[in-house]
Design a protein around this ligand. Sequence first.
Ligand code: ATR
Length: 281
Amino acid sequence: MTLSGKAKLAGVMGWPISHSRSPLLHGYWLTEYGIDGAYLPFSVAPENIESALRALPKLGIAGTHLTVPHKEAALQICDRVDDVAQRIGAVNTVVVESDGTLLGSNTDAFGFLENLKSESDWKSDDGLAVILGAGGAARAVVAALLDDGVQDILIVNRTRERAEHLASEFAGVCAAIPWDRKDDALEEAALLVNTTTLGMTGQADLEISLKRLPTSAIVNDIVYVPLQTPLLQHAATRGNTTVDGLGMLLHQARPGFAAWFDKQPQVSAGLRDFILADLKS
Ligand code: ATR
């Protein structure tokens, strides 16, 4: 990588940061588009996140992605936070504006929807969406579905209060149901999304019966290690269209790259293969 004195700079802040695939992903795009720029992993301890973010304009850095554990803290630090990030309760993208102020946004909802739409023919008026989980990822998925006009969402979570809390924020469209009733909830679903960690390599299995799920329903797992989770494998064998979680990771990165490097990047098969190869290594 050769940089000039005019190179544009961005990165990702996390603690730890060594596991992040973001530098690889953005490095791929920088090379693909021949951009004079760099995207760096910043290892930032929680107590340093405010001073690290405040240093961005002083260093001439265009912005940064945020990962665990900084996404919630950044809500209070950024000078402005967009509406989606407010609703999700987390910032994953910070852009330094021309006056040096920090604009926080959340691109997970965008990434989820772009992936779902590019990998399936799902439409917001297809009907009921069933969401497994009620954590940060579920909030992003619910925000995305609501913004796209979905009228009927069921949230199913092991800890019932969390599901009820999330559903109550969007009463009228969202309802919560107990974890042990999830099999029944699938009866009229047009979309099933797993936002829990179940099914991820090293985590417990997601135990769910798809018997009642219409074969026309789309099944989306946001877990991407493994890429074909047991849920997706099972859904595919019974004829459901499946959408894996890697695309959400790739699509959510696009707005930051576009803001910092002045180029709208594409999610290509080549990029998917490149990141997949790294996930398998
Ligand atoms: P994230 O912000 O990535 O969504 P999170 O807030 O830790 O992460 O949420 C993880 C989700 O996986 C939660 O919905 C969690 O359920 P609880 O709210 O009951 O904790 C769900 N989850 C994790 N392990 C689980 C398990 N063994 N059984 C059922 N749900 C589980």
